[in-house]
Ligand binder design. Structure first.
Ligand code: SAH
Ligand code: SF4
Ligand code: F3S
Length: 484
């Protein structure tokens, strides 16, 4: 997960949704310029690449300079209240640009667009266009509608749309690592979560198009793909008439599950690393773990969000597993993939009715699992969710924040301890580019998704090299290339 680098700030409590990515420049001589900012999760970053691709065909180049843009899109997130506040603040800033250039079209895409629909037009006067996550093919028509002087909205959620045939324009790319969406939506209805409402029903993308995208990326020099879905373990694609021949040729049965897909992508090339996110503790199978063990190029890191260490809270959250079940899954990961396999998590503190004792069960579970990294949040009630309807958001903010501080502090200690285990060992690293602090250093990640920084020497991005780690912080491993 790229956000593990982007979001090291999460260790001090800031949120994943604060991450903003802006478009890179494209100069292919198209007439109009698109500027797009993405908020929230990797799904949104991946969707922005689909949007750029759709508009590229319609005569748009992307720009990183908002002052040059004809169309400005914010691809938004609704996961916590703060994520929506960030977008509203940004819209206020963009208003100053719009005052100077009233012809600039401002659109809101993504989860906040889906949640608020036409209400967004009433609440934010600056917005001309609102498009939900399944409406991106309609963007050219929606833009045309705005060109004609109307406001435009499409928040229709689809049961089929996977954008399988659209080849994304890679934005903010380092040319080495890329995301591939393998499914959309979510059917789980965790009680705290807005995603099923903003992204609609779960659907899986044709494995053939996923493998084709991975092959294309590999042929363009990419060396790592991350397969994205809200719950990758429930990936399931059934045969369609026109795919029969392909599946037979590959010897694959007529239903492809996540383990099957993983195997197919791993076979693209031993030089192409494969990662995936997010695994769901209730659904991750031994078959997936064995597939990971069989292929060296499937990275040994599992993002397995626990949310809470207490079974009563997990039940109220509708997560579909208990503390014991979760720990049993961790046990299987350790048995099949060994102690070095990275395990990362998401946690929510202060969910409705959570007692101090139940909170301490989250801390004890963390100590037991020894996570390498975690995204940690305090509960933010989302309108329309099951929790908002059924439970009272009754934990005072100071308590939520104190509990969050406690888990952040513990996780920082655990991350440091896990990283210390890596000191003195040689790690295979895929180089992604310069380190964030200096061009004399490069950085990449090891199989467990840990950032490794080392002197540049004559190495280049896209190369696999061995690095002997001699030091670490809670966030980074430091080393020097050896025996390459
Ligand atoms: N599909 C993933 C989660 C995607 S949302 C999964 O099931 O694990 C990313 C994370 O945001 C969640 O794991 C959860 O920790 C957090 N989150 C979701 N809704 C939240 C809310 N209402 N308040 C606080 N954090 C929330
Ligand atoms: Fe939200 Fe649960 Fe779906 Fe994750 S699995 S996106 S937390 S409903
Ligand atoms: Fe946010 Fe939507 Fe992703 S709510 S976390 S952008 S699926």
């Amino acid at each position: 997960m790229e956000s593990l680098i982007e979001d090291l700030s999460v260790l001090d409590g800031s949120e994943q949704c604060e991450t903003i990515k802006v478009t890179q420049d494209q100069h292919t001589g198209k007439k109009r310029k698109l500027y797009i900012e993405s908020y929230g999760c990797q799904m949104n970053f991946s969707d922005s690449e689909i949007v750029a691709s759709i508009l590229h065909k319609e005569g748009f180049d992307t720009t990183s300079d908002i002052a040059l843009a004809d169309v400005v899109f914010l691809n938004t997130c609704s996961i916590r209240e703060k994520a929506e506040q960030t977008v509203r603040k940004r819209l206020a800033q963009i208003n100053t640009h719009k005052k100077q250039r009233p012809e600039m079209l401002v659109g809101v895409l993504g989860c906040m667009a889906e949640r608020l629909k036409t209400k967004l037009l009433e609440e934010e006067k600056i917005v001309d266009l609102v498009a939900g996550p399944d409406a991106y093919r309609d963007l050219p028509a929606l833009i045309a509608q705005v060109d004609e002087g109307q406001k435009a909205v499409n928040t229709f959620l689809s049961r089929e749309e996977t954008y399988a045939d659209i080849s994304p324009v890679r934005l903010n790319s380092n040319g080495v690592t890329a995301f591939i969406s393998i499914m959309r939506g979510c059917d789980n209805m965790c009680t705290f979560c807005v995603v099923p409402f903003t992204r609609g029903r779960e659907r899986s993308r044709d494995p053939h198009s996923i493998v084709a995208e991975a092959v294309d990326l590999f042929n363009h020099g990419y060396r790592e793909v991350t397969l994205l879905g809200q719950n990758v373990d429930s990936y399931k694609w059934s045969e369609e008439e026109n795919n029969k021949a392909y599946l037979e040729r590959k010897g694959i049965e007529n239903v492809v599950n996540f383990a099957g897909l993983l195997e197919m992508v791993a076979q693209v090339s031993p030089l192409l690393r494969v990662r995936f996110s997010t695994s769901h503790p209730k659904d991750i199978t031994d078959e997936v773990l064995h597939t990971m063990a069989r292929h060296e190029n499937i990275c040994k890191n599992i993002h397995l969000p626990v949310q809470s260490g207490n079974s009563r809270i997990l039940d109220m959250m509708g997560r579909g597993y208990t503390r014991e079940w979760y720990l049993q899954r961790v046990q299987r990961i350790r048995e099949i993939l060994g102690e070095d396999c990275g395990i990362t998590s998401d946690m929510i503190t202060g969910f409705c009715t959570e007692t101090d004792e139940e909170h301490r069960e989250t801390l004890s579970l963390m100590e037991y699992v020894k996570y390498d990294f975690a995204f940690m949040f305090f509960y933010s009630e989302r309108p329309g969710t099951l929790a908002a309807k059924k439970f009272v958001d009754d934990i005072p903010e100071e308590i939520k924040k104190r509990r969050l501080q406690e888990i952040i502090q513990l996780q920082t200690e655990l991350s440091l301890k896990r990283n210390q285990r890596d000191v003195g060992k040689v790690h295979q690293v895929l180089i992604e580019g310069y380190s964030r602090k200096s061009e004399d250093f490069l950085q990449g990640r090891n199989t467990a998704n840990k950032v490794v920084v080392f002197p540049k020497e004559n190495f280049e991005k896209g190369q696999y090299i061995n690095v002997l780690v001699h030091d670490c912080t809670a966030a980074t491993l430091l080393g020097k290339a050896v025996n390459n």
